[in-house]
Design a protein around this ligand. Sequence first.
Ligand code: UT7
Length: 337
Amino acid sequence: MATAPTTDLGFRPVRIAGTGSYLPEKVMTNEDLATLVDTSDEWITTRTGIKERRIAAEDQFTSHLASEAAKAACEQAGIAPEDLELIIVATITPDTLTPSTACYVQEQLGAEKAVAFDVSAACSGFLYAMEIAQSLIATGGRGNALIVGAEKLSAFVNWTDRNTCVLFGDGAGAAVLTPAEEGQGRILSSTMGTDGRQAELLNIPGGGSACPITLSNAEEKLATLAMQGREVFKHAVNAMRRASEEAIEQAGLKPADINLVIPHQANLRIIDAIIDRLEVSKDDVFINLDKYGNTSAAAVAIALDEANRQGRISPGDHILLVAFGAGLTWASAAIQW
Ligand code: UT7
């Protein structure tokens, strides 16, 4: 198990210059799911807080969702895609195993100058991407960077397994990171952690080199998400609480200084347990999982964009982003807006 805090890197500060998000049009409600598996709106609502999720069209891939979110982030940042020097896409549902989804996004945006690659860290992926981009900008290696969390989880869900299919949804969120000038907001701290010993708690067992999909195992739905929910739940609460405390402390802040917490949107009960222990008021926590379910790497990114566009964040505010996911992985960031 390793947690590596990164604070003031001693190089140029980095800010979020713009955010964007994209959600597919098709809404799937809890009632819709009850026609597919033995579940109910009552069970899903009380156990998770989720009411509905979005489902991408058949011909809409993860890269398409990512590019729509990216365009909105670039527009808000006032930065043309041609001026991006780095694109990182966080996803566990890539268009293809290779090349990376970031390559498709680069092409769709016409961002020819940008080096582009994916990060695979499940629900923590957007914050992993943020720390990587921050480091590359801070050291002067890159200028304008685009980070995207994008998922088409509906393509990797076992629609006959009620333990998992009710939880996930599709969507994408993005942010443009640039060097910060004097007087502008900045990323104050970030942490990333991994515990590979718990890899089996949440995974997609098939479709990789360990277990290729063949004619003989095709019926077993091995290329879909499998999760030991209760175990993951416990780890999620502990890891996100620790990561939150670390980011706040590394930033030289106290929990009371945080104006808005934007946590990973997996389960309302997990969020409640974290904020109880952090002693943050529920009014200062951004929640949209009721509308979108768990969109893995996209969740924090979409929530950040919605909070930004709804005016929930003002210049100078301190916000805390925190996530947890398969790996197990976790990550956090404290930001002065
Ligand atoms: O995003 C990355 C990280 N992922 C997470 O953070 C997810 C973490 N885990 C969770 O959010 C929760 O564990 C779940 C929402 C997945 C499950 O909630 P739970 O309260 O832990 O329920 P459970 O798995 O202990 O299941 C309780 C009961 C079981 O029935 P029995 O064995 O008690 O008879 C399940 O079979 O609920 C049953 N059940 C369902 N019933 C109706 C499980 N899924 C469903 C369902 N509808 N969809």
